[in-house]
Design a protein around this ligand. Sequence first.
Ligand SMILES: [Zn+2]
Length: 280
Amino acid sequence: MESLPTPVLDDHLHLHPDGDGIEAAKTFARAGGTHLLVVNRPSWHLVESVDDVDAFRETFEQTIELVEGSTEVLPGRAWPVLGVHPVLLPRLVADHGWSVDDAAQLMRDGLELAADLVAGGRALALKSGRPHFDVSESVLRASNDLIQHVFALAAEVDCAVQLHTEDTDDGTEFAELANEVGLEPHRVVKHYASGPVKGITPSVIARSVAVRAVRNRGDPFMLETDFLDDPTRPGAVLGPKVVPRRSKELAESGHHAALEVAHVETPGLVYGIDTRATLE
Ligand SMILES: [Zn+2]
């Protein structure tokens, strides 16, 4: 195994029983990775089958199980991040004839179930957001209401939120929404960020150009692959070795402070986790 000066956390990847599952966690560990935040499979996979909150329950339990298996093969550990993918809302409306209100209610039910699992200590954080493409005004309004709702849930159960949105370098709008409901804005994480994001914490996609945009700033950031673990879409996103590989490059180019920020300080600040203490 490659040795690095810090633990190595991938802040956002998916594992699935029909994909590589625990094998992907092993691949990550062999490359030098130590900790994983595993996000449940995008809920739009459920679009054909979802009609009540039990569909979410099944996905969440699957993710929790894969996290337990991953923890066994990692030098550190894994944690689950649970939520409802924002693209489910427009899909239910456009492809399946749901009303916006009914679809939004189902999304809320799923997020509340996820928050219950966080409150019970079975998951670390929540995941929500809004579609990254243009949608109708009513879908956009419902999506923004959901963001506010998930922030309120996160404040209530004292956890962070990973946010899926359009690509942006300005999270001020989300910071304000978070403040309104008593959630500290740094606990809002812009998933798949391509560089710094004003007002909230970027989880930067581990491509060289994005890493270069944050490595010297000293501001909080984390790294992620958004590995999908979807055998039907190989190579659609980065593979599980990429965060360890970028981290090794940071070490080799003398960016030790950036490694400390990405893998120790920011995870502590955002999620309250201690990646050093949880290394075996
Ligand atoms: Zn993802």
